[in-house]
Design a protein around this ligand. Structure first.
Ligand SMILES: [Zn+2]
Length: 219
């Protein structure tokens, strides 16, 4: 069944959270290019998230695609298409986490700060605790930073119902992006299974996000 490896990694995570060493960092010798467990993980770049450890992955098991937020961007989709169609993965785990920095700003705020708006520079300085220095406006900028929907909160704020809801919104938006992509089959004989999670960086545990469900509101 397509979901079996994800279930195995959820079980591994239980052991990791209770203090077991799960990842074996030794060089395993020659291996094939295709991930042995046929799994691709999309996760945030946060330094507290060690994907190999928290899932108990071994070298050669999985593709790991990381960016700020674990957002399903155009480039993450590019990687997932290659991962599935050329390298035979058939399960995707999407992992967001508590205390994520993407909860603490908006795209407009960061852009305004970079462009030199004094109010934005001041606010970003307060949020991050470092002197925010403008670089002035440029045309060569990311199209989006993909900050999460909802009211911003202080950087590294502890878990609460509101920020868990905001994280779940974005996990579902990412799952939706994958599930509705025409080049990633999620039904039929070549189907890829997609499941989403929030990792609690304070206790080391994964929690699954239900899908479908709310994906946020600007209201
Ligand atoms: Zn993060």
């Amino acid at each position: 069944m397509a979901t079996s490896m994800t279930d195995q990694y959820i079980a591994n995570n239980e052991k990791y959270a209770s203090g077991e060493t799960m990842h074996m960092p030794a060089y395993p010798g020659k291996q094939p290019i295709q991930p042995a467990k046929r799994i691709a993980v999309v996760a945030c770049m946060d330094a507290r998230l060690d994907v190999e450890d928290l899932l108990g992955l071994r070298t050669g098991d999985a593709h790991i695609i990381r960016n700020a937020g674990g957002v399903v961007t155009e480039d993450a989709i590019r990687c997932l298409i290659i991962s599935h169609h050329l390298l035979n993965t058939n399960e995707i785990m999407l992992i967001h986490h508590t205390r994520c920095g993407m909860l603490a700003f908006t795209d407009d705020l960061l852009k305004a700060g970079l462009e030199g708006d004094p109010a934005a520079e001041k606010l970003l300085g307060q949020v991050t605790g470092r002197a925010f220095t403008s670089c002035k406006k440029s045309v060569a900028t990311p199209a989006a930073f993909h900050a999460f929907r909802g009211l911003i909160e202080p950087l590294d704020a502890p878990r609460d119902a509101k920020n868990m809801e905001r994280l779940a919104w974005d996990v579902r938006r990412g799952m939706s992006s994958i599930l509705h992509h025409p080049w990633i089959p999620t039904s039929g004989s070549d189907a890829v299974a997609v499941r989403g999670f929030i990792y609690d960086v304070d206790i080391g545990k994964l929690e699954e996000v239900s899908y479908p469900g709310p994906m946020g509101s600007i209201g």
